[in-house]
Write a protein that binds this ligand. Sequence first.
Ligand code: ACM
Length: 553
Amino acid sequence: MDSPDLVPAPRTLTYGGGGGRIALDAGTTLDAGPGTDGVARWMRTAIGAATGLPLPPGGGPRALRLRISGTVERAYGPEGYRLVTGASPAEPAVLIEGGSAAGVFWGAQTLRQLLGPEAYRKAPVVPVGHAWVLPEVTVEDGPRFPWRGLLLDVARHFLPKDDVLRYLDLLAAHKLNVLHLHLTDDQGWRIEIERYPRLTEVGAWRARTKRGHRASPLWDDTPHGGFYTRDDIREIVAYAAERHIRVVPEIDVPGHSQAAIAAYPELGNTDVIDTTTLSVWDTWGVSPNVLAPTDNTLRFYEGVLEEVLDLFPAATSPFVHIGGDECPKDQWKASPAAQARIAELGLSGEDALQSWFVRHFDRWLADRGRRLIGWDEILEGGLAPGAAVSSWRGRAGGVAAAEAGHDVVMCPEQHVYLDHRQDGGPDEPVPIGYVRTLEDVYRFEPVPPGLSPEAAAHILGAQANVWTEVMENRSRVDYQTFPRLAAFAEVVWSTALPAPPARDVAGFARRMTAHYRRLDALGVDYRPPNGPAPWQRRPGVVGRPIEGTPPNV
Ligand code: ACM
């Protein structure tokens, strides 16, 4: 039997003594124990659709048995699982025991990999009566980190709801369990807020879009926009929950807010510029137009967040991201109102004013049973007591926060920003940033060297971030995200990985040969190993490649 080439690699995989194979067929039943109904539903819809197997309820030796097991939880954690195929004729054909329903679900993902790439399609491509053959194996597995995330920037380019649901399926297939949705930015506001309809009436679209990096002379004159209705959000959250994925909504303040200011000009620094002249931004970079630090702004965003908390329940969205990145302070420096606020609060300056702003929402969220998370700029001027940090400007912010006892998600731009180009060649579409190949991502280590054990325990995990300035549609997002997300998934899941530089890049590359067939079946428009297909190129669209090796900070 060939190695099943699992991605991400499990802790252990051992072959059964008989070297036998187990076939799933029309007689295979599904025996779902207490708490595993959702996994059974997913198996019938996803694996059932691909295989054509009805998987009716029932026990016995032909069954796929799903169970939650305290023993597995103690050994491998709540997301751990044990998968056994064909142990003996008296046993079920397949047993998946998880430390919780999530563990059973991740075990079901492994089962799907064992069934072959055809199991990733939405309808059978094999003849009726085809036997779905599994190797006789025992897999024991559990994740390295509890936070295994992907950020989708749906603000710069809107990703329609169906594409987000598809990404949830892609995350699940890679045992990733956090979707961070960057819902608001200068270039668009993407979530319906009932009490402030202009956020989407005005803020959810722009008349034209810069094509390529901001230095590019090209414009796309097609209006661009879109937003998620309240029911769209509820659907995304529920779909994620069925896949044991938590959704982190991000409402970015006090910078990256020009779309909101275009909709409600009183949110801006009206004593510095005429904010009624602002529109949703149509180019890239960091807008100087930031929120005014007024009571009106605080009340407005409390209103926004009240609706956000309503749409993203605490059970599946314990963290709420408030951005906090890249807030230029020029308008606050020039604003008599902002300066009066600094004086009134007895603050040391504009950084402290931003910190005051963030602390307000830290308290506000904590009072409502949630946790604030923000980009590492929220460290400047003093970190709010309960805040967690997304460390993006390298690792230093994450190290400082973790040493101070704050939880941290590692997403350093030098390593896991998937908008950065994958190759140095001339055919790479709209090349941005450093060359970060599949192998480079595979060598990423989320826990910075030298961290104390206490601080290392605050590294919740890591996240790959997909910023979409130069990704105008789902195909472009796929191209930048895959295959690198598969390497990232292994980095955050696999406890079997040695620390870099000892990572087995060649072994991973070999397993990727099998994994590309899964991605093909899923319809993922990944970057082929030999470079982009002609239709994946963007000749003439200016990027911003950075030469040399990224600083390992
Ligand atoms: C960021 O990339 N500005 C978080």
